[in-house]
Design a protein around this ligand. Structure first.
Ligand code: ZID
Length: 229
C-alpha cells in the first residue's frame, strides 16, 4: 500500500480531511501534519471520538490516522523560529514542528512516503482589498500559502518514492478577480500555480515525482468561514 502525508488537517471540515479519507478508502496509510496551535484540540477531539462519524469509509470501516505530526509550515528549521514563538505556550508544548524536522521525523518513523498533500493556507489580511494590504500581510500570505509548499516538497523530496505524487489546492482568484479574496491571497495562489509548473519540472527530473495543484470549488471549511465564503 501507499503512504501519504497530508499537511493541513486540523478538523473534519476541510479539504485535507476529505483527501485523507479518499486516500484511506483507496488503501493508503495516513499521516497528517497539524498546525501547532490547533494540535491539542484536534488530537483530543480525535481521542474523544468527536470525528468518529466522519471517519467512516465507504466500506464501513473507520479511517485510521497512523500519526499526527505538529507542523508550522512557515518555519523551515529551528534556527528560523523567533523567540516569541519558541516561548509561546501553544508552541512550547510541542517539539520538532518545523518543516525540516517533520520530514526528518517521518523519515525516522516510516522511511518514506508515496504521496504528499499540501492543504493549507493562511492570509492574515484576507478580508482587506489588495489596495489596503500591508507588506507584512502580503508576505505572510505568500509565506504560509505558497512558500510553505516549496519548503514541504523540498524537504520531503528525498523520502518521496520515485513514481510518487504531490498535490496542493489552489483557487481561481489567481487568474480572475474575486472580490473578498484579498490580503495577497490571490497573489499567493498565482505564485502557487506558477511554482507547481516549475516544481513539476524539477521534481520530475530529480526524482520522478508528479506535482499538481487542484483548483478547488467552495467548501465551508474553517478557513472559508473566516473569509465569509
Ligand atoms: P482548512 O481550514 O480546513 O485548512 C487549512 C489548514 O491550514 C488548517 O488546518 C490550518 O490549521 C492550516 N494552517 C494554517 N497555517 C498553517 C501553518 N503555518 N502551518 C501548518 N498549517 C497551517 O481550510 P480548507 O480546507 O478550505 O483549505 C485547504 C486548502 O484548500 C487551502 O489551500 C485553501 O486555500 C484551498 N481552497 C479552499 C477553498 C474552500 O472553499 N474551502 C477554496 C479554494 C481553495 C475557496 O476558497 N468559491 C469560493 C471560495 C473557494 C472556492 C470557491
Amino acid at each position: 500500500g501507499k503512504r501519504a502525508f497530508i499537511a493541513g488537517v486540523a478538523d473534519d471540515n476541510g479539504y485535507g480531511w476529505a483527501i485523507a479519507k479518499s486516500l484511506a478508502a483507496a488503501g493508503a496509510e495516513i499521516l497528517v501534519g497539524t498546525w501547532v496551535p490547533a494540535l491539542n484540540i484536534f488530537e483530543s477531539s480525535l481521542r474523544r471520538g468527536k470525528f468518529d462519524g466522519s471517519r467512516i469509509l465507504p466500506n464501513g470501516s473507520m479511517m485510521e490516522i497512523t500519526k499526527v505530526y505538529p507542523l508550522d509550515a512557515v518555519f523551515d528549521n529551528p534556527d528560523e523560529v523567533p523567540e516569541d514563538i519558541k516561548t509561546n505556550k501553544r508552541y512550547a508544548g510541542s517539539s520538532k514542528w518545523t518543516v525540516q524536522e517533520v520530514a526528518e521525523s517521518v523519515k525516522e518513523d516510516f522511511g518514506n512516503i508515496d504521496i504528499l498533500v499540501h492543504s493549507l493556507a493562511n492570509g492574515p489580511e484576507v478580508t482587506k482589498p489588495l489596495l489596503e494590504t500591508s507588506r507584512n500581510g502580503y508576505l505572510a500570505a505568500i509565506s504560509a500559502s505558497s512558500y510553505s509548499y516549496v519548503s514541504l516538497l523540498k524537504h520531503f523530496l528525498p523520502i518521496l518514492n520515485p513514481g510518487g505524487s504531490s498535490i496542493s489546492l489552489t483557487y481561481i482568484a489567481s487568474e480572475r478577480i474575486i472580490p473578498g479574496y484579498g490580503g495577497g491571497m490571490s497573489s499567493a495562489k498565482a505564485a502557487l500555480e506558477s511554482d507547481t509548473r516549475v516544481l513539476a519540472f524539477e521534481a520530475g527530473r530529480k526524482r520522478k515525482i508528479r506535482v499538481n495543484t487542484i483548483s478547488a470549488g467552495p467548501l465551508r471549511s474553517r478557513a472559508a468561514k473566516a473569509i465569509g465564503f
